[in-house]
Design a protein around this ligand. Structure first.
Ligand code: DGJ
Length: 731
């Protein structure tokens, strides 16, 4: 990244301030990544604006000419393009920050003071810009962490003051972007339980479009915190300019997209200020969570590959590591199990050939055993009637079978029917003067309270201390927050939503300090709790309780724009009547798991799944670490097709599915591959064939990458071959 020497810029700024209070010359600050430049500029009045976000220029000196080229004719305030719009002085549009000073005054102005760049590695740089209010002892530092290769930027701010009393932060965004284009198209997501990640695209009109969440414990369910904005025209997979954005925060978020009077787009994203005016004490820092974005001029595919690559390298826990395939017992037993049943499942785990058995909900609670979802949450002792020999004997049993053992917990939650609730009613989020209101018959624990943080940390720590061989945690979160009230916070209730998430992160950081790499799944009763704030502590997430593979093709497709396949936990279940092969193939496009009754499988089904697990083990590194290409969109065709290509372009795995079951639907023509080496010669072989079936693909032929990317190959998908997996190997 080529930035002006921070020393020079800082000196200039200080010299100018020292003389007449105006900057002697504007200060231009380009943030360059591989293909793009985001350029900020402080003008002679020290107002910092975004003057450019687009393809980077060949000569970085020419960024100095950008603002003159665009002009600011109709901007009455000089603030429409503000890099961080302060409220209450001149602003006429949505602010990024709004405060009430210690003396009750509500105005804020923020002037550029200095900036510097810290080079973190060859790939990563951190720009920080200090802004100060000339009338109050109040300052904001803006941070821009840029990832050169992936064209990704994370942006956040730190707010502090030295006033004589608390300052109330009424709004405290992470980022305030400004984009120029003749038109903007927003792709947003909505959903609900079992209906996650449904996209909608619309042209952005004047005014403000808000995406937000007020669920408290999680960002997702109704409206995931990720979105895309296409510039000029709706981007396609390989064409068009598109920005992806996401707030790295697991609670209430708010993203405002405002098309301003000059037809430019302002994107202001941060923690939701809903019910959350925050009291900031003098000389304390308030740091906002990062807002993440990437800009591609080659369509959605490139943007998603950049984001997936970034996530594996910099954000997702152990993103470059391995993952455990597993057998889960949730759908095969629900709460109804004992040691005998589990002993059989451990044997089945071995028979299936996966790495681990995952014991789900229902193993705890004695006064109120967890035999259903009405009781026991919070009482994390093994139910003696079900498991007289405890988890330790199950971990040992797994070891005896040559597999690992993982366990489900939901540590942030409590059933009113539990000993925990009886002992610590003050740990429970509920309004003292109102009736309790439940989500899945449970309530949420108050993670703003350090005692509760210790308790939640202790659940995990005790499990690992007592069972050092425990290999995996599935961390569930099935309730949203109703009746938000913390007994611990007393008169500071407006900090609750922020403190909850910060409390959660404190617990997760403590867990990761002691257990840095134990794999943990981020689960939220389906409905998703999928966000990059949490994923820095988790190795994978649960995309949806809906495991019908036809539904999953659509759900996984949309998640994949933002999250890499290695983070997507996909289980084969009995949710659907589609063939077992179809279900296994869909689940193989990520981290493979099973939640079916192995002992009930017929001989051919058993043979198929055992072979499929072996195949998966042979190609999983391509799916986990390779580049993903979407080849045929299930929303536009009767067939869905996706491929994963390894970095040396020697192997690709292509997944193809029939998604339209009307009469005679099939893949009628070749599907063009992407991301191969045009000069390499590839053999194409069908894998994951069901026992007794014959492939319709000629595996003797060799094709160049050029041919496969220009003409393609027909996987011969039809109602008899509804799912086809092809492996392409360079010779
Ligand atoms: C919701 C999860 O999504 C399921 O997989 C399962 O773990 C249940 N919770 C258990 O209560």
């Amino acid at each position: 990244m080529k930035l002006k020497s921070s020393f020079v810029v800082l000196s200039l700024a200080l010299m100018a301030l020292a003389t007449n209070g105006a900057l002697a010359q504007t200060v231009t600050i380009p943030i360059e990544t591989n293909k793009n430049a985001l350029v900020l500029e402080a003008d002679d009045k020290h107002d910092l604006s975004t003057i450019y976000f687009g393809p980077k220029l060949a000569d970085s000196k020419e960024y100095n000419h950008v603002s003159a080229a665009y002009g600011k004719d109709n901007d009455y305030t000089g603030q429409m393009a503000s890099a961080y719009t302060p409220a209450g002085s001149r602003n006429l549009l949505e602010p990024a920050i709004a405060v009430t000073h210690a003396d009750g005054n509500q105005s804020l102005d923020l002037k550029y003071v200095s900036h510097k760049v810290d080079k973190i590695s060859d790939d990563v740089s951190l720009l920080s810009i200090v802004l100060k209010d000339p009338a109050y002892n109040f300052e904001v530092t803006l941070y821009y962490k840029s990832y050169f290769k992936d064209d990704v930027i994370e942006q956040w701010s730190t707010i502090r003051h030295g006033e004589k009393g608390n300052v109330t932060l009424n709004k405290f965004a992470s980022a305030d972007l400004y984009l120029k284009s003749p038109a903007f198209y927003l792709t947003q997501y909505h959903g609900d339980w079992a209906k996650e990640m449904r996209p909608e695209e619309s042209q952005i009109t004047h005014g403000i479009k808000t995406l937000d969440s007020k669920l408290g414990t999680r960002a997702d369910l109704f409206q995931p915190p990720v979105f895309m904005v296409s510039l000029d025209r709706p981007a396609t997979e390989d064409d068009g300019t598109v920005l992806y954005g996401a707030l790295e925060w697991s609670g209430n978020y708010r993203t405002d997209l405002e098309l301003d009077p000059e037809n430019n787009l302002r994107i202001i994203s941060g923690i939701n200020n809903y019910a959350s005016p925050y009291q900031l004490k003098p000389n304390e820092d308030f740091t906002t969570p990062p807002f993440l974005y990437t800009l591609s001029r080659n369509g959605k595919g490139e943007a998603s590959r950049n984001l997936q690559h970034w996530a594996r390298n910099y954000k997702l826990l152990d993103g470059k590591g391995s993952r455990l395939t597993l057998l889960n017992n949730w759908e095969s037993t629900y709460f109804d199990f004992d040691e005998t049943k589990l002993a059989a499942l451990l044997k089945d785990t071995k028979k299936l050939g996966v790495d681990m058995f995952l014991l789900d909900d229902g193993w705890f609670g004695n006064k109120y055993p967890r035999n259903g979802d009405h009781s026991g949450l919070g009482d994390w002792q093994e139910t003696k009637t079900k498991l007289p020999n405890g988890i330790a004997s199950l971990v040992k049993g797994a070891e005896d079978n040559g597999v690992k053992f993982g366990i489900w917990i939901e540590p942030e939650m409590v059933n009113p029917k539990s000993e925990l609730y009886e002992k610590h009613p003050d740990w429970v989020i509920k309004q003292p003067k109102r009736d309790e209101y439940y989500f899945r018959n449970q309530l949420v624990l108050d993670l703003s309270n350090p005692a509760v943080q210790d308790f939640v940390y202790g659940i995990v720590d005790n499990l690992f201390t007592k069972n050092p061989a425990l290999a995996y945690i599935k961390w569930d979160c099935n309730a949203v927050i109703y009746n938000a009230y913390s007994a611990h916070l007393k008169n500071n209730q407006s900090q609750f939503y922020v403190d909850y998430v910060q409390g959660l992160y404190k617990v997760l950081a403590r867990i990761r300090a002691k257990y840095p790499k134990v794999p943990m799944m981020l689960c939220s009763g389906g409905g998703g709790r999928v966000d990059y704030g949490a994923l820095q502590y988790f190795t994978e997430f649960w995309p949806s309780d809906n495991t019908d593979p036809l539904e999953r093709i659509f759900i996984q497709w949309e998640y994949s724009y933002f999250y890499p396949a290695i983070s997507s936990s996909n289980h084969v279940t009995d949710w659907s009547k589609l063939p077992l092969k179809f279900r296994v193939d869909v689940a193989s496009m990520g981290k493979l798991g099973f939640d079916i009754v192995i002992s009930k499988l017929g001989q051919s089904d058993l043979q198929f799944v055992q072979d499929a697990v072996k195949n998966y083990n042979s190609f999983k590194s391509v799916v986990w670490q390779g580049d993903q290409y979407r080849l045929m969109n299930p929303r536009e065709n009767s067939v869905a097709s996706l491929a994963y290509v390894n970095d040396t372009k020697t192997t690709a795995i292509m997944f193809n599915y029939l998604v339209n079951y009307r009469y005679g639907e099939k893949s009628t023509s070749p599907i063009r591959l992407k991301g191969l080496d045009a000069n390499k010669h590839y053999k194409v072989k069908e894998i994951n064939l069901y026992p007794g079936t014959r492939s319709e693909i000629n595996s003797d032929e060799t094709y160049t990458g050029d041919f496969l990317m220009k003409v393609g190959i027909n996987p011969k998908v039809n109602s008899d071959r509804s799912s086809v997996v092809l492996q392409l190997d360079a010779q």
